[in-house]
Design a protein around this ligand. Structure first.
Ligand code: BG6
Length: 472
């Protein structure tokens, strides 16, 4: 759709950026924090441990001051479950409560709204030992954690996100280091989707509890949503794209918003003898959780062609490589898209297409909770980082957000990944995303000092003009 005149970004648009606790904080076993699954996993070869990361635990004041200098209206960060509840349940760690009180208060001091992710890939190790999300009790574990957070922070935190990228946990758990399969498991898909079901119920209950305990607060899910294109206009390819769209995207949002399983996904699960077991009350709980908005991460689109029946489902496959499942879809390399240094496709127009599709399906305001470019940034001798490529990437994506707004989609904010350089999920510290450079290498911690990248100054101007000026 061509527009003669673009609509402006809303005046209360939440400009900000994101991080997650296990990737940015460090201090992973300090001040009473218990280990999470991230702390006990074997890190991918050639990447650093997660004990220091960007050391935000000790430098949050400096980081938040820099965010304020950029003009942030919001900061999306996650609360590490095991900082609050070292064993996942039971005793609360006062030092952990205090840390996030400090972070929240520091944000508010500058008028930055905290946007809190409740779970970002960091299941307590003690609960992993008890079966993780595969244990039906995981619903109660999570709701209890939510309650502790609402009790302690609900007076100041008005925006909450439930589970980061639940769809990626389900589709590529081993890549993130979170898949937990019980010994002797004979139907992996059934086990994975049972875990997924527990997360869905936990999310619905946490949303309902949020509304009950913190009137006026807003809460939403934070899946990774990417529109899936058909490789061609062959009807078979279109059906394959619909299949993968359902499995990758709509399952999560249909459930969060309407409280029902997507019918294509249910048919897929039936086919694999993998339908989840509902505990008494689950159906009702799923219907009772209502998001106020949709948070979503977007990096790129996916493309599919018809399955030729030979694909095998591989939860260990990187989400960027062609995936597939016999009888449902086959991943296809889109020849029209450039890629990043790390091989991720870049598709700004697909961002608009994704937003349009989501809005037509769900009619809820949306906030982008991640979007960004991972690159090998270099600090110059005079303390600069010339990340023109990142500015280019973000500018092109923001242009598409504005076009989507002009298309009539309700957008409430934009939080790219990441505010500060941090450790990637599986590609280490050298894959940087931040506006703020952190002086360390993969294994050499150096000074950990902060430097403003070129993108820092660019984003500051974007925010100061409320998105009117996206130029470099
Ligand atoms: C998202 C995650 O999948 O993408 C983040 O929510 C992650 O935790 C980000 O860091 C970028 O992925 P990666 O693999 O480059 O770190």
């Amino acid at each position: 759709m061509l527009h003669k005149k673009l609509k402006p970004f809303p005046s209360d648009f939440l400009w900000g950026a994101s991080t997650s606790a296990y990737q940015v904080e460090g201090a992973n076993l300090i001040d009473g924090k218990g280990p999470s699954c991230q702390d006990v996993k074997k890190v991918p070869e050639g990447t650093s441990e997660l004990d220091v990361c960007a050391d935000q635990y000790h430098r949050y004041k400096e980081d938040i001051a820099l965010m304020a200098e950029m003009g942030f209206k919001t900061y999306r960060f996650s609360i590490a479950w095991t900082r609050i509840l070292p064993n996942g349940t039971g005793e609360v760690n006062p030092k952990g409560i205090e840390y996030y009180n400090n972070v929240i208060n520091e944000c508010l001091k500058y008028g930055i709204e905290p946007l809190v992710t409740m779970f970002h890939f960091d299941m307590p190790a003690a609960l992993d030992e008890r079966g993780s999300w595969g244990n039906p009790e995981s619903v109660d574990w999570f709701v209890n954690f939510a309650k502790v957070m609402y009790e302690n922070y609900g007076d100041r935190v008005k925006y909450w996100l439930t589970i980061n990228e639940q769809n990626m946990l389900t589709l590529v758990g081993p890549v993130i280091g979170t898949l937990h399969l019980p010994e002797g498991c004979t139907n992996e898909i059934k086990e994975i989707y049972q875990q997924n079901h527990h997360m869905l119920v936990a999310q619905a209950k946490a949303m309902a509890l949020c509304h009950e305990m913190i009137p006026g607060a807003k809460i939403g899910p934070a899946p990774n949503i990417s529109l899936v294109y058909p490789a061609s206009c062959k009807p078979e390819d279109v059906l394959a794209a619909q299949n993968y769209n359902a499995i990758r995207n709509w399952l999560y949002l249909d459930m969060a918003v309407y409280g029902v399983y997507n019918n294509l996904v249910w048919a897929y699960l039936e086919e694999h003898d993998a339908c989840p077991t509902f505990a008494p009350g689950d159906a009702e709980a799923l219907k009772n959780g209502h998001p106020d908005f949709i948070g979503f991460n977007y990096y790129n689109t996916a493309t599919c062609e018809a399955s030729d029946g030979t694909e095998t489902m591989d939860p260990g496959a990187d989400q960027q490589t062609a995936r597939g499942e016999a009888g449902f879809y086959r991943g296809f390399k889109n020849p029209n898209l450039p890629t990043t240094e790390f091989g991720w496709e870049i598709d700004p127009m697909g961002f608009r297409a994704t937003i349009r599709e989501m809005y037509s399906r769900y009619r809820l305001p949306m906030i982008v909770t991640e979007n960004g470019l991972g690159a090998y940034d270099k600090l110059t001798e005079d303390g600069k980082v010339h990340d023109q490529y990142r500015i280019e990437y973000l500018r092109k994506h923001l242009e598409q957000v504005q076009l989507a707004i002009t298309d009539g989609c309700e957008m409430m904010g934009y939080c790219p990944w990441s505010a500060v350089d941090l450790i990637s999920t599986h590609e280490g510290m050298v894959k940087r995303y931040g506006f703020i450079y952190v002086d360390r290498e993969e294994f050499d911690l150096k000074t950990l000092d902060r430097y403003r990248k070129d993108s820092f100054y660019w984003y500051k101007k974007v925010i100061a003009t409320n998105g009117d000026d996206l130029s470099d």
